[in-house]
Design a protein around this ligand. Structure first.
Ligand code: DGL
Length: 284
């Protein structure tokens, strides 16, 4: 495996850019190739079989482009499809569930842990299983918060509507308090302030993306795949610069607009691709 290859990241759409940002901050000497499956988003309301199929197709697409490691930024795909992805590709695969769970257990110890995520992630029980496997003895309370996704994408993260929705969704955590709350969906870090205000500052918010970036660094080091030398000789590295390559399966313009909202800049290189069957793809 060549350490000069980029790291692959995929998500159901634009939300995975929060994970890209965390990776970029932690590993500024790495290049990234990102696939947002904007034609088939959302994954959070779909069945196991469908999410597995999409996730495998996305992973094969990125592997075919030449990557040294694959990050499954999408929590729903991480919860449902990591075993299928590992069977389908040769590169190391890192999902967000395990790092996010570990970070939560480190903070909460034996106290209760909350998890907010998509419907499919909550129904899979993936976070609760992982947290239990890590030996945590407190209760794990999970809650789906689907409206947070459009609120983040529409730029309404800091609005009265977001506050009202958060109050309703996070009500359960007022009666049973949690020491840590896992932001178990790519979009939720965008609503961090409103979530923290609503649940109370004494609850630590866990960003699964940031926890995953720390894990990716460790795995790269262990496999001697880390790229340490600065990448741009003539330019300062910045988010979405032309060292990173972005693909979407639909609506590139909208992706660029929301990327600007989430990251403060739109991708320099953004390409629309069609993926169908398992291996076939067409670029245009
Ligand atoms: N990326 C998804 C996740 O983190 C949220 C959006 C969707 O439902 O596809 O679970």
């Amino acid at each position: 495996m060549n350490r000069n290859l980029p790291i692959g990241i995929f998500d159901s759409g634009v939300g995975g850019l929060t994970v890209y940002r965390a990776l970029h901050e932690r590993l500024p000497n790495e290049r990234f190739v990102y696939l947002g499956d904007t034609a088939r988003v959302p994954y959070g309301t779909k069945s196991l079989a469908t999410v597995e199929r999409y996730a495998v197709e996305n992973s094969r697409f990125l592997e075919a482009r030449g990557i040294k490691l694959l990050v499954v930024a999408c929590n729903t795909a991480s919860a449902l499809a990591v075993p299928a992805i590992r069977k389908a590709v040769q590169v190391p695969v890192i999902g967000v569930i395990e790092p996010g769970s570990r970070a939560a257990v480190e903070v909460a110890g034996t106290a209760n842990i909350g998890v907010i995520a998509t419907e499919a992630t909550v129904n899979s029980g993936a976070y609760a299983k992982e947290i239990a496997a890590l030996g945590a003895s407190g209760e794990v309370l999970e809650r789906a918060c689907p409206l947070f996704v459009p609120l983040a994408e529409e730029g309404w993260a800091d609005s009265d509507v977001a506050r009202m929705v958060a109050r309703d969704y996070l009500n359960d955590f007022r009666t049973t308090s949690v020491a840590a709350l896992v932001l178990g969906c790519t979009h939720y870090p965008i609503l961090r302030n409103v979530i923290s205000e609503t649940i109370g500052r004494e609850t630590t918010l866990i960003d699964s993306g940031a926890a995953t970036a720390a894990d990716v660094e460790l795995v790269l080091e262990k496999l001697c795949l880390r790229h340490d030398e600065p990448l741009g000789l003539y330019q300062e590295r910045r988010l979405c610069d032309d060292l990173d390559h972005f693909y979407v399966t639909d609506a590139a313009e909208r992706f660029a607009k929301v990327a600007e909202r989430f990251l403060g800049s739109a991708p320099s290189i953004l390409e629309a691709v069609e993926i169908w069957g398992h291996d076939e793809l067409r670029t245009h």
